[in-house]
Design a protein around this ligand. Structure first.
Ligand SMILES: Nc1ncnc2c1ncn2[C@@H]1O[C@H](COP(=O)(O)OP(=O)(O)OP(=O)(O)O)[C@@H](O)[C@H]1O
Ligand SMILES: [Mg+2]
Length: 243
């Protein structure tokens, strides 16, 4: 399958001298989900921002083979004065998508994330999990080929996290995008990803990679299987060795 994203030898230093990211190389192909893990402050969000084109690397190269990128921030960052539907339409508006097309897409993605009946409601009246779904729908509206997530489920309870993870895998099965996501949960990484990349403490380098052998679709029962537990254990050990 085609390559969507390539970071080669990417270094990021911030003004003031913080060396955040050290010669990171990572590639994402279409139809692949890659998880990025590592200790707090090691440069994961910075890598994701560089991947999205929101931040330029200090050196190294970034190649994106698509400009249809969906980005989900750690915080849902919804506009409180806009309804759910108008929040979802936001990037379509910025892209100059005609109103009828925007509306049709908003209906489709709101249905896909299970919020068809909440289009007219403002964010203040939604739960945390529902707001996260709105952020997912907003990113899907651009029909992304490359999906980037920064710990989108971190603030949610375990059940909601599992539900949204399954939702995400269904969307992945339907749309076949490539994805790169940051998580602090080894279980979430193994359940969702094909590959788990592990970074060292700052300056973050990629020091480990764990391949996940389970195919898609992944049944929720996978989470309680011994094979799953063993792999989560090996990712956790890689993290410990890296730090
Ligand atoms: N705009 C900035 N200016 C200066 N330093 C920054 C800036 N953004 C991030 N840093 C520093 O770069 C390092 C990497 O930050 P980053 O946010 O990428 O870490 P992270 O791995 O995402 O951490 P966490 O898991 O806590 O979210 C940190 O030490 C942080 O203090
Ligand atoms: Mg971060």
């Amino acid at each position: 399958m085609g390559e969507l994203l390539a970071l080669d030898d990417v270094d990021v230093s911030f003004p003031g001298g913080v060396h955040a990211v050290d010669r990171v190389g990572l590639h994402v192909r279409a139809g692949e989900i890659v998880a990025l893990m590592g200790p707090s402050g090691c440069g994961k969000s910075t890598v994701l921002q560089v991947a999205a084109g929101l931040r330029a690397p200090t050196s190294g190269t970034v190649t994106r083979h698509t400009d249809r990128i969906g980005y989900v921030f750690q915080d849902p960052t919804l506009l409180p004065w806009r309804t759910t539907r108008r929040n979802v339409e936001l990037f379509g508006e910025l892209d100059g998508l005609p109103r009828t097309e925007r509306r049709a897409r908003a209906d489709r993605v709101l249905t896909a994330v299970g919020l068809a009946e909440f289009g007219h409601v403002r964010p203040a009246r939604l739960s945390g999990g529902m707001r996260m779904r709105v952020a997912l729908a907003r990113a899907l509206l651009v029909e992304p080929e490359l999906f980037l997530f920064d710990e989108p489920f971190a603030a949610l309870d375990e059940l909601t996290r599992h539900e949204l993870g399954d939702e995400l895998l269904r969307l992945f099965a339907r749309h076949g995008f490539g994805a790169l996501f940051v998580t602090h949960s080894a279980g979430e990484a193994v359940y969702l990803a094909d590959r788990v990349l592990v970074m060292s403490p700052r300056p973050g380098r990629i020091v480990g990679e764990v391949a996940v052998p389970f195919g898609y679709p992944r049944p929720p029962e996978l989470r309680s299987s011994p094979e799953f537990a063993a792999l989560v254990g090996s990712v956790s050990q890689t993290l410990v060795r890296a730090s």
